[in-house]
Design a protein around this ligand. Sequence first.
Ligand code: GLN
Length: 306
Amino acid sequence: MTAPSNPPASFSDDPTPEPGPVTVDRVRADTVARLARAGIEDAEVDADLLIGHVLGQSRGQVQAAAIMGRVLTAPVAAAIADLVQRREKREPLQHITGRAPFRGLELNVGPGVFVPRPETEGVAQIAIDALRSMADPEPIGVDLGTGSGAIALALATEVPHARVYACENSAEAFPWTSRNFAEVAAPNATLVFADLAEAFGELDGTVSVVVSNPPYIPADAIPRDPEVRLFDPAQALFGGEDGLDVVRLVSQTGLRLLHAGGALIIEHGELQGAEIRALLDSDGWRATATHRDLTTRDRTTTAVRP
Ligand code: GLN
């Protein structure tokens, strides 16, 4: 049989068909597909934010540019392709952009510091409410193991009549913490490089709120997300055999720092509420209670200093 003399026009033998203009719409669709294939859950969000990072635009502006058929220059398209490739390897979005939003803040983050999580915004809310409720014109709040400075800087900026102190003992994290404290420049916030067990002896018995997002993952549990497993510092994740080594230190330090009636606020894993309440009860705390996050998982346990 002979080949048809007029093959259908839709089938081309040319291996490199004319690519056409590199529109935002095409790059966005391609990026979403690639990130979804790499196992990233909110691929559209990440695609918009990566493209927007290169263009200096918001998610809404990227979507508008896509709808309007805007065309990208070759260097911009190449810069986006670079970032998409990094994200495909599950480097955290916040390491790629260098920024992590937390409540009203935009924090600097990168290798060596724990990336602040959305659920910790709810933990910070509890600490903010506790600090605001104190009948004291200048209550003191302390954030133990502040990492990027997220909780401490939220407290300092959202409760401006409070004095806020934060400590961090990781030499890898501390440059990020310092940079964030310098950038936010809250006049009521103080940062020190110190172990939480020894920090702030001069404040013993005077503090109204002690808050901490300590490492709480048990040593043998392996975080599911590669962004966490491969990029968050182990020191910020793992809390010894049962995950509660640092929680025990936070409890002791809280008893030392807080005045009677002061509040302790600890973030933890969704299955650790009962164990942490028991630990705090046996340390002598009052009114221990566990609170859920926005996904209805247990996330925070609070207690009052007797
Ligand atoms: N929340 C962390 C995570 O999602 C666990 C450690 C911590 O926050 N202290 O992996």
